[in-house]
Design a protein around this ligand. Structure first.
Ligand code: AMP
Length: 218
């Protein structure tokens, strides 16, 4: 099964992707993670993407489309993929259609995770993750059970994203409203769209997600 999440920064796309990855062995394809790795390694893609990422803008369509096209050729994607943070523009969605067709794949679900803007700023501005396993935490909502120790892997190093400030989140949200929201009708028309209430507790959202994937809700 191949699915994609549509939602604002801090909406829970990454958290729910990791849930599906753990539970079903599906592969999370986060363009944000891939681009951050490219910037870190100072690859050509990284050098091209850096400025847009640091300013909270979108990286150009051709870069992210090429990354996804290439990544889908790796054998682990046969287990099913979760597109997390891609597509973000109508151009990317159209390109994804072409890529899937070319590779004989299909998209089973496009799931919107909906969260009010005000909550998002609070969520994103306080989040951090384990530097070892990537588990997500939040200053107010989800602290590790033992201070300074990752619940998942016992790691003691944590990282915060440079673009997770209140000002940058507002900017990223503007891009979401302007460029990504038009994808909702795009996928509604294809008959693969479902809506998740992303303001519920994480476990409740995961359960609703399972219902959607099991075809119990459309
Ligand atoms: P994310 O981790 O999904 O919040 O992405 C972090 C940043 O990476 C975004 O603010 C963009 O600069 C860039 N980025 C990630 N995915 C895309 C995409 N599909 N299209 C354009 N830029 C992207």
């Amino acid at each position: 099964m191949n699915i994609l999440f549509l939602g604002p920064p801090g909406g829970g796309k990454g958290t729910q992707s990791k849930y599906l990855q753990r539970k079903y062995g599906m592969v999370q394809l986060s363009t944000g993670d891939m681009l951050r790795a490219a910037v870190e390694s100072q690859s050509e893609v990284g050098l091209r993407a850096k400025e847009a990422m640091e300013s909270g803008s979108l990286v150009s369509d051709d870069i992210v489309i090429a990354i996804i096209d290439e990544r889908l050729d790796q054998p682990d994607t046969k287990q099913g993929v979760i597109f997390d943070g891609f597509p973000r523009t109508v151009g990317q969605a159209q390109a994804l259609d072409g890529i899937l067709l070319k590779k004989g794949l299909r998209l089973d679900h496009a799931i919107e995770i909906r969260v009010d803007d005000d909550l998002l700023v609070a969520r994103v501005a306080g989040r951090f993750s384990c530097a070892t396993c990537g588990a997500s935490y939040h200053d107010t909502f989800t602290r590790p059970k033992v201070e300074g120790v990752c619940d998942n892997c016992g790691g003691t190093k944590f990282t915060r994203r440079a673009d997770d400030t209140a000002e940058m989140v507002r900017k990223r949200l503007n891009y979401f409203h302007e460029l990504t929201k038009p994808l909702l009708p795009y996928y509604q028309e294809k008959g693969v769209y479902s809506l998740l209430n992303g303001m519920a507790d994480i476990a409740v959202v995961s359960q609703e997600l399972e219902n959607i994937l099991a075809g119990k809700r459309s």
